[in-house]
Design a protein around this ligand. Sequence first.
Ligand code: GDP
Ligand code: IMO
Ligand code: MG
Length: 432
Amino acid sequence: MPAIVLVGAQWGDEGKGKATDLLGSGVDYVVKFNGGNNAGHTVVIGEEKYALHLLPSGILSPGVTPVIANGVVIDLGVLIEELDGLEARGVDTSKLRISANAHVIPPYNRTLDRVTERFLGKRRIGTTGRGIGPTYADKMNRIGIRVQDLYDTSILQQKIEGALEVKNQTLVKIFNRRAVGVDEVMDELLRHAERIRPMVGDTALELCAALDEGQTVLFEAGQATLLDVDHGTYPFVTSSNATSGGACTGSGVPPTRVDRVIGIFKAYTTRVGEGPFPTELNDQSGDFLRTSGAEFGTTTGRPRRCGWADVVIGRYAQRINGITDMVLTKLDVLTGLETIPVCVAYEVQGERFEEMPVNQSDFHHAKPVYEELAGWSEDITGCRTFDELPLHAQLYVRRLEELMKTRISVIGVGPGREQSIVLHDMLSSVEA
Ligand code: GDP
Ligand code: IMO
Ligand code: MG
């Protein structure tokens, strides 16, 4: 069962990092295939807490080869900082592989990301300000800088000069900022080029060779289904394909090799940044979820917007990604609620929607239709089997499974690696 894709089923921060870490001991490779340091994954191992942005969470599992594939955009300074930070804590990062085709985030794109957001005012996206959008736009515009360009300084200089012809016009004439010089960009990009050189290679070839040898490869998405540039709540999305299809284009491993797709679904919903969110709670219940779930961004520290679980989104994620197993995270956060509403459909101007409306303005006006499920008060953080869960927690899980038309294979009952209830082995074949 060698190639497995793991994706977020909502708007991010579902607990993908913890799920990847949980699978880490059973896999040989963990591949980040989209996004960059806009991602923030918190992984708790014993007393140690790690916050990862650019590196795949698999880097924490000894024996795993972590890969940053072609679909990722790399801020080289952040990469080095993260590697040094982990090395200082005794994590071996020497096996990291980086695609020569991955794009790098030049400093002018960080500036452009931030000034564009300011310029947009009320229409802003609420980006992480890391230069992600402008760097993907450059890739599509064919003025991007790739990792391989770092090793041919003449080409690098020409490419930066070409990009700056456009960028400086925008910076100076539209945003009233200073023009950027070629040398300062060259200096920043080349500062760490030699250090990462041994890690750079043809990762598409390496991954296919590993699969041919029967090794297990886990593709770990950054962001999530509703932040996907094609399938998310556009334009309030990130600029990459965070859904399972992105694992193929973002790594060079073809769809015929993917065997399983694991969706990570939080027992309630959160969103960071702007954009529609039907089950959002701007009341005490929202505060309860934020406090009890510690819902503050790993990357920007922003308080996350919180709301009840939405199975219309769950079903959508199941369909768009082809999810074979769902991991239900943070069930423990719901402990103490008398009843738990779950959104089962939307109402838009008198019309009932069982599926995600294709028109964005319908989604903006969607009113959740709730089914009320009974809550539980017992502490579940110590439960390790399904039977140990209080009856109403069991029924909550079973009802979500039914509504989302997918099996739940793991239930998260706390941030720790061991705080998981495993119902099905996600690395083995699907049982009938
Ligand atoms: P990611 O971006 O999808 O990897 O998720 P984040 O790491 O940004 O956010 C998930 C947060 O929830 C992290 O702080 C995790 O440590 C924590 N977490 C993950 N699973 C569980 C769980 O089952 N219960 C609780 N209480 N916390 C969890
Ligand atoms: P993980 O991997 C939650 C959101 C931003 C913003 C939008 C666009 O931790 O789940 P960008 O900087 O990507 O151009 O911002 O996407 N966003 C995330 N929200 N979790 C993330 O990553 C996110 N990465 C980007 O808040 O709304
Ligand atoms: Mg996160």
